[in-house]
Design a protein around this ligand. Structure first.
Ligand SMILES: NC(=O)c1ccc[n+]([C@@H]2O[C@H](COP(=O)([O-])OP(=O)(O)OC[C@H]3O[C@@H](n4cnc5c(N)ncnc54)[C@H](OP(=O)(O)O)[C@@H]3O)[C@@H](O)[C@H]2O)c1
Length: 272
């Protein structure tokens, strides 16, 4: 069974765009609150700071669940594995738990980078492999190309964006989704519905949003620098949204608010 089904791993602490002391402080709070899964990337230029903070938590390696992502700039055969070795050195780990391809390549040909990713797994540099920002078509292609389980496609996922096509592809391909921009970088708070629903459960708007994501079968990544928010984001396992409330939130996806698209990342694929 995928490790993503473990309770602590369904809630991952994202590290972007934090660095240095700010990252350290946030990660130490997150670990204290109960987070065991941490998400970084070569592109974030904070793997060394993340490694230092992980060490400072004093948590045993087997308790931690660390994800990093290979930068598209390192997809070349001459750089890929060396870049992952550098990530491990910076993270001060022998192996990460999941290694993701951060983005599909600009030309859309996913086969070469997926094969290199699988080589990294075969060499023991990572326990599992995954992808990020893949379209439905790419999820299908990836499933056909690689025999090892692909444990996640990490994508933008929040109630202001309809990702039903990706959800259907997750069921079809067996590649589970995980979220980023889970609270739409704060945009969800402009809509009163989440707070209104929260009143019935004794939960905040953010907690309602995160619970909705979990109940869609998607594991969550959240980032916060504030203890109160870090605690709230972790405290989402003791209630269940009713089918009616799920449907009310589903209706919000018609908003069509995408944060990470071509204007932010020019080489982003044509998302479904
Ligand atoms: N794979 C990819 O391409 C990709 C792209 C983007 C992000 N990511 C990953 O996903 C993680 C999360 O995404 P994100 O940070 O972009 O977006 P996010 O989690 O939607 O938003 C983070 C922002 O929301 C605020 N926030 C968080 N929890 C809150 C709460 N309970 N109440 C009020 N405000 C709250 C935080 O501010 P405060 O600090 O004030 O709480 C922070 O500014 C990143 O850190 C990164 O690891 C991956």
């Amino acid at each position: 069974m995928s490790v993503y089904f473990q309770k602590t791993h369904q809630r991952s602490f994202g590290t972007y765009p934090l660095k240095g002391g700010e990252l350290r402080d946030a990660m130490l709070i997150a670990a204290e609150v109960g987070y065991r899964a941490f998400d970084t990337a070569q592109m974030y230029e904070n793997e060394k700071d993340t490694g230092d903070a992980l060490k400072e938590t004093g948590l045993a390696r087997e308790e931690l669940f660390v994800t990093t992502k290979v930068n598209v700039a390192n997809f070349d055969e001459s750089r890929f594995l060396a870049s992952v070795e550098q990530s491990l050195k910076d993270l001060q780990l022998d192996q990460v738990d999941v290694l993701l391809l951060h983005w599909p390549p600009a030309d859309g040909d996913i086969a070469p980078s997926l094969k290199l990713l699988d080589q990294a797994r075969a060499r023991g540099l990572t326990r599992d492999i995954g992808v990020s920002n893949y379209t439905v078509k790419m999820m299908r292609e990836a499933r056909a190309l690689i025999e090892a389980p692909i444990v996640t496609n990490q994508v933008e996922f929040h109630p202001l964006l309809n990702q039903d096509k990706l959800l259907a592809a997750a069921v079809e391909t067996g590649i589970p989704l995980s979220s980023y921009c889970s609270v739409a970088r704060g945009k969800v708070f402009e809509y009163p519905l989440f707070g209104q629903i929260g009143e019935a459960y004794g939960k905040s708007a953010a907690q309602i949003v995160l619970r909705w994501i979990l109940q869609k079968g998607v594991s969550i990544n959240t980032m916060s620098t504030k203890r109160k928010n870090i605690e709230a984001n972790f405290d989402v396992m003791d209630f269940t949204l009713s089918n009616i409330d799920m449907a009310r939130i589903d209706a919000m996806t018609a908003t069509g608010y995408r944060i990470v698209g071509k204007d932010l990342v020019p080489f982003a694929p044509d998302f479904d």
